[in-house]
Write a protein that binds this ligand. Structure first.
Ligand SMILES: NC(=O)c1ccc[n+]([C@@H]2O[C@H](COP(=O)([O-])OP(=O)(O)OC[C@H]3O[C@@H](n4cnc5c(N)ncnc54)[C@H](OP(=O)(O)O)[C@@H]3O)[C@@H](O)[C@H]2O)c1
Length: 228
C-alpha cells in the first residue's frame, strides 16, 4: 500500500482502465472517472483485486463545473498523478478526412479531447503538490498528420499544445505520454494490448526524471531504455 493517489479520466475502458489497474497493483488509491458508472464499477473491482483502493466518480469532462465539484467530493488527500485519458473521435480511424468533417463534429471532438483535458488539468492542479505529475496521453498523429485522422488528429495536436503550455506555467510536471498504437475502441481494436503499455504510464508518473517529462513526449522507446 502507498499513500499516493492517481486520478484517471477515461478510466472505464481501453488505456485508462489498464493504467488504473496497474496503479492499483502498486497499492495506489485510484479515482476513476468517465461517464458510464457500470463500466467504472467493473474497473473498480479489478483495481481492488489488484491491491489498490478505487473511488468511482462518473462525470463528463466537458462539464468543468461538474468536474470541480467531483474533485471536492472525491479527493480527501493530494492528487499525486493525473491522467486525462478521456477522448473521443467521429468515426473509424483513417476514415475521417478533415475536408468532409462537419463543424459540429470537430467541435464535439475538441470539446472532449482539448477543452475537457484543459478543464481536468486546470482544476486538478489545485489539488496537486509541486512534485505532482500530469500525464497527457497522445500519439504521433499529433505531430505527423495521417490521412483520414481528421478531427482526432487536430485535437491531439492541440492537446499537446495545452500540455506544453501548462508545463511552462505550472509548478507541477506536465508531460505527454505516447504509447504507440493500442487496441481500443478508438482504434477499432488495432494495436498492442492496453495492458502492455499501462506500465509506461506508471513509470512516467513515478520514475521518469521530472525534467525529462515536463513539456516533453515520453514513449515506449525512452521507457524501455530506462528500464532495460
Ligand atoms: N488507442 C491508441 O492507439 C492511442 C494512442 C495514443 C494515445 N491515445 C490516447 O489515449 C487516451 C485513451 O484512449 P483509448 O484508446 O483508451 O480510448 P477508448 O478505449 O475509446 O476510451 C475512451 C475513454 O474516454 C471516456 N470518455 C469519452 N468521452 C468522455 C467524456 N466526455 N467525459 C468523460 N469520459 C469520457 C470513455 O468512457 P465513457 O464512454 O464511459 O465516458 C472511455 O473511458 C486518449 O487520450 C487517446 O487519444 C490512444
Amino acid at each position: 500500500m502507498t499513500d499516493s493517489t492517481v486520478l484517471v479520466t477515461g478510466a472505464s475502458r481501453g488505456i485508462g482502465a489498464a493504467v488504473a489497474e496497474t496503479f492499483g497493483s502498486a497499492g495506489w488509491r485510484v479515482v476513476l472517472c468517465s461517464r458510464s458508472r457500470s463500466e467504472l464499477e467493473d474497473v473498480a473491482a479489478a483495481v481492488s483485486d489488484a491491491g489498490g483502493t478505487p473511488v468511482v466518480k462518473p462525470l463528463d469532462v466537458t462539464d468543468a463545473d461538474e468536474f470541480y465539484v467531483s474533485l471536492l467530493e472525491a479527493v480527501d488527500s493530494a492528487l499525486d498523478v493525473v491522467i486525462p485519458a478521456a477522448a473521443t473521435t467521429t468515426g473509424p480511424p483513417g476514415q475521417q478526412p478533415l475536408d468532409e468533417e462537419t463543424h459540429e463534429g470537430l467541435r464535439a471532438v475538441m470539446d472532449t479531447n482539448v477543452y475537457g483535458v484543459f478543464a481536468v488539468i486546470r482544476e486538478s492542479l489545485q489539488f496537486m503538490p509541486e512534485d505532482g505529475r500530469v500525464l497527457v496521453p497522445s500519439g504521433s498523429v499529433a505531430r505527423e498528420p495521417v490521412e483520414g485522422m481528421g478531427a482526432y488528429g487536430v485535437s491531439k495536436a492541440a492537446v499537446e499544445g495545452v500540455a506544453r503550455s501548462f508545463a511552462a506555467d505550472a509548478k507541477q510536471t506536465v508531460g505527454i505520454v505516447d504509447p504507440g498504437l493500442v487496441a481500443t475502441e478508438l482504434t477499432d481494436q488495432q494495436g498492442r494490448d492496453p495492458q502492455e503499455v499501462a506500465e509506461l504510464f506508471r513509470w512516467a508518473g513515478t520514475e521518469c526524471a521530472a525534467p525529462e517529462l515536463n513539456g516533453a513526449v515520453v514513449g515506449l522507446k525512452k521507457w524501455k531504455q530506462a528500464t532495460r
